[in-house]
Design a protein around this ligand. Sequence first.
Ligand code: THU
Length: 137
Amino acid sequence: MTASDAGCAAFDWDGLREIARDAMSHAYAPYSGYPVGAAALVDDGRTVSGCNVENASYGLGLCAECGLVSQLQTTGGGRLTHFTCVDGRGEILVPCGRCRQLLYEFGGPALLLETPEGVLALSEMLPQAFGPEHLTK
Ligand code: THU
């Protein structure tokens, strides 16, 4: 998948979702029993992914998106352009509120998300977001 492919109408959401499903298969979710996988396209054509990793100290569990943004940084940074997330059945899942904020940092309002209600911009999923731009005002 390339960044230029991503610009056209025929973006391969099925392919990105398969990457998310593969990530989900690596989830460590013994406490919730709710594995999650996330995948995103980066503006240079890379794909990054992550799975949730829970902890015996329940509140320390990491969402799949945490792993995804960590992989984004450790593999060279860049901007997220397309994002999808799946549950343990491989069905499309909306990112939680905290993870919308994580995604905003690296994708901004134009990031496209595959949701159960169709493809939406992050600006629609996290309106009036607080972001890096506020810190420079
Ligand atoms: N979870 C994610 O990984 N991402 C989300 O956006 C929603 C929730 C995880 C956290 C926890 O391990 C499990 O799903 C149940 O809440």
